[in-house]
Design a protein around this ligand. Structure first.
Ligand SMILES: [Zn+2]
Length: 243
């Protein structure tokens, strides 16, 4: 279905890292607007258009096999060329959490990039130079636009007052049957194992960690609702698959 909306109606771009994220993003739309008109040969992204609350949103996904910073930059630049009044882009995907004393991050939690005195919110961890002393990370990325930084304060205030809508949206997502509920249901604390950084995965031929040791004990949370963390996100071309 072609969209009845002009491309200039869309102010928010949402880029997904994989098909699971693409499905979730589409399921979050309050209304679907169909597919846009794009210039053949110039823009090879595939889009879904729709509305979330008062915002018209254009969603696209990194190509199969096109992950990493180059794939993300391609998707973003084509999106901006076809939708000229995009105010900001969101890159949403699945990541690994690194718990610290400050951030008790667990399976299913959400991490939102937020600038601090040193970093703009996202750090490309594999961008830098090789030196005799080892790898040195260099460079930095811009901060998100101020409109997002002020909107985040509103969201945080709502959460602080106990008005988080996260659980409601998750329940609606699973009840709507538009996606497999199992894929978005909390898999249980028994599947959220936190290994110490010096722990090695014992059975490389299998994903299972039944033979692995070095699990750190953590206190139980009062419920399984996802917690939202705000801090620095590490991004890059390498998937980190080591404790
Ligand atoms: Zn393991």
């Amino acid at each position: 279905m072609a969209s009845n909306f002009e491309n200039v109606a869309y102010t928010v771009g949402w880029i997904c890292a994989d098909h699971m994220g693409f499905a979730t993003a589409r399921a979050m739309l309050d209304a679907q607007h169909g597919r846009p008109q794009t210039q053949h040969g110039l823009d090879d992204n595939t889009y879904t258009l729709g509305r979330i609350g008062p915002h018209n949103v254009v969603i696209t996904c990194l190509s199969l096999g096109g992950r990493g910073t180059v794939g993300a930059a391609l998707a973003a630049s084509r999106l901006i060329s076809s939708f000229p009044i995009i105010r900001f882009g969101l890159l949403v995907g699945t990541g690994g959490g690194i718990p610290t004393d400050e951030y008790d991050i667990r399976l299913g939690d959400v991490a939102v990039s937020a600038p601090n005195q040193t970093f703009g919110g996202v750090v490309q961890i594999d961008f830098g130079k090789a030196t005799p002393r080892g790898f040195e990370r260099t460079g930095s990325l811009n901060k998100p636009p101020r409109a997002l930084m002020t909107a985040i304060q509103d969201v945080r205030a709502n959460h602080f007052m106990g008005n988080s809508q996260t659980s409601r949206y998750l329940n609606e997502l699973c009840a709507a049957n538009t996606i497999t509920a199992d894929a978005y249901t909390y898999p249980g604390v028994q599947n959220d194992k936190f290994f110490s950084p010096d722990s090695l995965h014992q059975d490389p031929s299998r994903k299972s960690c039944t033979k692995c040791t070095g699990i750190k004990r953590r206190s139980r949370r009062k419920d399984t609702a996802p917690v939202i963390h705000y801090g620095t996100i590490a991004s890059g071309n390498k998937i980190i698959r080591t404790a």
